[in-house]
Design a binder for this molecule. Structure first.
Ligand SMILES: NC(=O)c1ccc[n+]([C@@H]2O[C@H](COP(=O)([O-])OP(=O)(O)OC[C@H]3O[C@@H](n4cnc5c(N)ncnc54)[C@H](OP(=O)(O)O)[C@@H]3O)[C@@H](O)[C@H]2O)c1
Length: 347
């Protein structure tokens, strides 16, 4: 097999790591004399890294001597929750390392490769992410989370039938798709009216998550909220961005963060400080307009429902104007039962 095929094997292994949370998904394949000796991946945040996972599968660690390791991301160089992988590869006598991409995390970037090369290991960087770790890469390169905006819309561009009411627009397949989408998010945000009108759960019900996305609502006064709302149900960590300090007892899963005026830029800056790499904005219309006006949308996911709601409903974004048009790449279009999903990245 050629390098690309072993690399693809490592990418496939990486994708099995479903609970890596703010850590990257990483896969590793150990090869000697064109034979795969071991495959490993980073299973969960805080657990051993892919390279060490692969080495742990060897019946005898001496087999690693002279082998080639294919790893999707640069081996780490620092003592975090686990010791540095680059040093471990040196210790066990790996002779060649083929890396997908350098780690954009400044704690590692280039340092892992330096350790390997200083110890006589031949290193090749393929400059390929393998399609992995989009939010992780974006976060370290741009200093803020990757922001996806998602809404369901009728054929006449409305997100509800009548202002102040919840309208169920999509059907079961599209709803299941939203559950999939949420699994890959570190935070999900809604506006105050969506919180009070829809009382959304904002949870992942399709899978038990070790690190569920943080539920966020932007509100004027946290004290005005009913504690009967789902966001107070302790099902997931919840952050309430309020303009007024909290006076009442809230569950320990709820954190209230206070600023005199929350704007999308301030919200996103706060999330970045907390190390949040991905954010899903889930409505409603005004909060969407605010994020669009702030040009804080990287990807748009629209579920089109085959119905017309007429003139009383809210459009997808109402409120703040946008100075320049925001252009998106040609969307990928997927039929989901009766509904259609459009997915497009900002150009
Ligand atoms: N179809 C869908 O996918 C979907 C998804 C979600 C919601 N919805 C529907 O959308 C409707 C709610 O939308 P909406 O536009 O009325 O409300 P919204 O966007 O959910 O919330 C807007 C509210 O948040 C407050 N707010 C606080 N800080 C803000 C900030 N920085 N930027 C913008 N707003 C801020 C606003 O107050 P001020 O106006 O006083 O500033 C306003 O009262 C509901 O009927 C819901 O069912 C549909």
């Amino acid at each position: 097999m050629v390098d690309q095929q072993y690399f693809q094997m490592a990418v496939n292994a990486a994708r099995q790591g479903a609970d890596t949370w703010t850590n990257p998904q990483v896969g590793a394949v150990l090869v000697k004399h064109d034979q795969v000796l071991a495959v490993g991946y980073h299973h969960q945040y805080g657990e051993r890294h892919a390279e060490v996972d692969a080495l742990s599968k060897l019946p005898e660690i001496g087999q690693a001597k002279g082998a080639t390791m294919y790893v999707t991301l640069e081996p780490c160089s620092h003592y975090g929750k686990t010791p540095p992988c680059a040093k471990r590869l040196v210790e066990v006598g790996i002779s060649r390392v083929i890396i997908g991409q350098l780690d954009p995390n400044p704690k590692v970037s280039g340092r892992g490769v330096a350790i390997l090369e200083q110890n006589g290991i031949s290193v090749t960087v393929l400059e390929s992410t393998g399609g992995l770790n989009q939010a992780y890469n974006y976060f370290y390169r741009n200093g803020r989370p990757w922001i996806t905006m998602k809404y369901a819309m009728s054929l006449d561009g409305k997100i509800n039938g009548v202002s102040g009411q919840r309208t169920q627009l999509t059907h079961s397949i599209a709803q299941a798709d939203v559950q999939q989408l949420r699994q890959h998010q570190q935070a999900i945000l809604v506006g105050e009216r969506t919180l009070t009108v829809d009382d959304p759960q904002l949870t992942v019900r399709s899978r038990q998550m070790v690190f569920p996305p943080i539920r966020i609502a932007v509100v004027h006064d946290v004290n005005q909220l009913s504690t009967a709302l789902h966001l107070f149900d302790q099902e997931a960590p919840t952050w309430l961005f309020s303009e007024v300090a909290n006076q009442k007892v809230v569950p320990k899963t709820v954190k209230v963060i206070v600023q005199p005026k929350w704007t999308p830029a301030k919200i996103v800056a706060y999330l970045a400080e907390q190390g949040i790499q991905s954010l899903l904005v889930e409505g409603g219309s005004r909060i969407q307009a605010a994020f669009i006006a702030a040009e804080l949308v990287d990807e748009l996911i629209v579920y089109l429902s085959p119905q017309v709601l007429g003139g009383q409903g809210l459009p997808a974004a109402v409120g703040l104007p946008l100075t320049d048009q925001m252009a998106f790449a040609t969307p990928t279009i997927t039929a989901l039962g009766q509904d259609v999903r459009l997915r497009a990245r900002r150009l």
